[in-house]
Design a protein around this ligand. Structure first.
Ligand SMILES: NC(=O)c1ccc[n+]([C@@H]2O[C@H](COP(=O)([O-])OP(=O)(O)OC[C@H]3O[C@@H](n4cnc5c(N)ncnc54)[C@H](OP(=O)(O)O)[C@@H]3O)[C@@H](O)[C@H]2O)c1
Length: 258
């Protein structure tokens, strides 16, 4: 039985990804900074997938001193080794969304936290997972990235920067890990139907059909399906991007109804 480790997977997209893998008969390991949320999510996944193992680990990717929590990450992989669980697919979903971080206003430490969470901590996770995948000459690593890697949105400089950096890292990892048959790919969501979207402060929701050719944005299952494609089907694909944004990125400006 295969195992997927998904970071930040107690709610929203991460939970959707974990549910997808469990429904396909994979064991799932999820992380969160919140212990209570972990128990709830584990229960939710396990209730409908009795035959798989569902494990959760509390994990702060970045510590209060703004350094990556290397020991915490190492500890999770050591514990999985002890339990005899091998991570076949690593899904890097957790992210500091860096919402409303403004140049001239926010301190540099806010920028650093976004980069350390979204880029450096993910590198650390990949290092631990890939070291073990090498032994099996098989593995899949999937970044849940964003179309903001290419197109900017207001007050998200650190976030956009981190998502562009993730893509550079994804390609470089794909190159260096290809010889071990470890595939590294990225899913690029546009907007996703989270609570945040429902209450979007720019009121994008009201203009949804003007923003995307498909006149709709992603649900969690749409992103989970794309991650699953890379993990389970894309045998000969590495260093690739799969955009799941209703076509948002290819449309130059909002359609204003006449
Ligand atoms: N929502 C969108 O519209 C959208 C669009 C494009 C791309 N994405 C990407 O899709 C992924 C999931 O987004 P989402 O909106 O579904 O997620 P979300 O609701 O923001 O959840 C992401 C998870 O990341 C974890 N996290 C945040 N900061 C962290 C930190 N400093 N250390 C450790 N964990 C941290 C949180 O887990 P805990 O609080 O449980 O620790 C959180 O549940 C992200 O990579 C995001 O960039 C989202």
């Amino acid at each position: 039985m295969k195992t997927a480790l998904i970071t930040g997977a107690t709610v929203n997209t991460g939970l959707g990804v974990a549910q997808k893998f469990a429904s396909e008969g994979w064991n799932v390991v999820i992380t969160s900074r919140r212990e209570e949320a972990l128990s709830e999510a584990i229960e939710k996944i396990q209730r409908v997938n009795e035959n798989v193992q569902v494990l959760g680990y509390p994990l702060e990717l970045v510590l209060p001193d703004n350094n990556v929590n290397e020991d915490g990450i190492a500890g999770i992989f050591a514990d999985l080794d002890e339990k005899g669980l091998h991570v076949d697919c690593l899904v890097l979903n957790a992210a500091n969304l860096g919402i409303r971080q403004q140049i001239f206003v926010n301190p540099l430490s806010d920028f650093v936290n976004v980069i350390n969470t979204n880029v450096v901590a993910n590198y650390c996770l990949v290092e631990h997972a890939a070291r073990r995948m090498i032994g099996k000459h098989d593995g899949s690593i999937v970044f849940v990235n964003s179309n903001t890697a290419y197109r900017a949105i207001p007050d998200r400089i650190a976030y956009s920067t981190s998502k562009s950096a993730q893509l550079g890292m994804m390609r470089a990892l794909a190159l260096d890990l290809g010889k071990y048959n470890i595939r590294v790919n990225a899913v690029l969501p546009g907007m996703i139907k989270t609570d945040r979207w429902e209450n979007n402060y720019n009121n994008c929701r009201a203009a949804l059909s003007n923003y995307t050719p498909l006149q709709d944005i992603a649900e969690f299952a749409d992103i989970a399906d794309a991650v699953w494609y890379f993990a389970a089907h894309a045998r000969n694909t590495t260093g690739a991007e799969l955009t799941v944004d209703g076509g948002n990125m290819i449309q130059l400006y909002p359609i204003i109804p006449e």
